[in-house]
Design a protein around this ligand. Sequence first.
Ligand code: FES
Length: 171
Amino acid sequence: MKKKKNMNQIIFLNKKNLLSKLEIKKIEKIKFKYKDNHAISIESLKVVQRYRHWISDISLKAISKYLNIELNYLEEISTFYSQIFRKPVGRHVISYCDSFVCYVKNYKRIKNVLEKTLKIKTGQTTKNKRFTLLQTCCLGNCDKGPILMINRDTYTNVIPKYVNNILNRYR
Ligand code: FES
């Protein structure tokens, strides 16, 4: 019987830098559309993050090596882009928008309920590693603020009394 290939097996680019075959396959799929690898930096980071849940220094080096782009450049954009996580995160990542319109719409009430319910501060992860709470800049839904994002799900016009019901979907 033919043995099934493990696409997520790590391949060695050099002694320290590793990407899996699956990650490389996904990056290659995006890569062929662009001439300059800088254009696919964010998408490549997202690919690796999808499988590892965050971007470690080792992953960052591996991507830099694979795409042949400067490590500093990748570091800068991964720091700038709030949905790329440079520290380990919980199973579900909750982000509330704290940009101007959500500020006016009193996002702080949502933030306070989240922190109180989860018993963590923004930037922290719950003890059971289920939730990480982060702030983020404008998510492009300003007219429907305050906005909450959990993983890829967006919640609009959030009011404090519904926060617990929303969290229950991820418990
Ligand atoms: S200001 Fe919050 S979504 Fe734009």
